[in-house]
Design a protein around this ligand. Structure first.
Ligand SMILES: [Zn+2]
Length: 275
């Protein structure tokens, strides 16, 4: 019998279309991470001329993605990400429905778990969350996504997100919140100055790392996993390194080329009662 150290609540389905990883941990509940095939999803990444990164291309990529997600075009909530620990509540207004730049924050919580949520990354970690309400068996509670780069992770964006999920009704028993730590730069690739390693190790010891060539590094996936497990969150890891895997955007490998997304959303699948 196979003995897996990770125990995903929903079996990942085969990668198809825009998703590098897509899980359905409960009926109608989806967690996914896109790759380069979904295109650049960030309006603030403009790239060079002729590279398909203009605003029209980004809007088209977002709408194409929403068609594959099975949600209304323009309905996904994106943030203006600023490497903070600030968490906001979903507004019910998608990106196409909000004039101007979206709110500055690095995590967003859907209290009802119904709004489609997106976080954009290219080396920083995307983390998606789902939860069980107190006493419930299904992951039918609040959802969230968070942007955990070095600064956000060390400044507590994941703690703040978990706190906000519990305020919104997620249970606080171990495993009532589940988190999917998506692709980011790995601990063998994320080279930093010695001083930055010391600072990271002092604040989140599990981030301390060395590159494969022996220099100071930070391991953000290990740090995020340790922080989340310390809060009683069940963690699922999608272990892909953005610097090494060209199916993903990497700011270090190709600055300005694009951002992929971590996503959580629901579709109106029924579980059998009624019709
Ligand atoms: Zn790597």
């Amino acid at each position: 019998m196979l003995n897996h150290s990770a125990t995903p609540a929903g079996a990942p389905v085969a990668p198809a279309g825009p998703f590098l990883h897509h899980a359905t941990p409960a009926p109608g509940l989806h967690v996914a991470f896109t790759g380069v095939d979904a295109g650049n999803l960030a309006f603030h990444v403009t790239g060079g001329p002729g590279d398909g990164n203009g605003p029209a291309a980004v809007a088209a990529a977002r709408r194409d993605l929403e068609a594959r997600m099975g949600v209304a075009p323009g309905s996904t909530e994106y943030l203006t990400q600023v490497h903070s620990a600030r968490v906001v509540t979903a507004t019910g207004h998608g990106w196409a429905d909000r004039p101007g730049a979206p709110e500055e924050a690095d995590a967003v919580v859907s209290r009802t778990g119904t709004e489609p949520l997106a976080i954009m990354v290219a080396d920083c970690l995307p983390v998606a969350f789902a939860s069980r309400p107190v006493g419930a068996r299904e992951l039918s509670g609040p959802t969230a996504v968070a942007h955990a780069g070095r600064r956000g992770l060390l400044d507590g964006v994941l703690e703040a997100t978990v706190h906000r999920l519990r305020e919104a009704g997620a249970g606080d028993a171990p495993g009532d919140i589940e988190a999917w730590v998506g692709p980011g730069i790995c601990g063998r690739c994320y080279e930093v100055p010695e001083e930055m390693l010391r600072d990271g190790a002092a604040r989140v010891p599990a981030t301390a790392s060395r590159t494969s060539w022996g220099t100071p590094a930070l391991d953000l996936p290990a740090g995020a996993t340790a922080v989340l497990q310390g809060l009683g969150v069940a963690v699922h890891r999608v272990d892909a390194c953005t610097l090494e895997d060209e199916r993903l955007f990497s700011h270090r490998r190709e600055p300005g080329r694009g951002r992929f997304a971590g996503l959580v959303w629901r579709t109106p699948e029924r579980t059998g009662e009624g019709s």
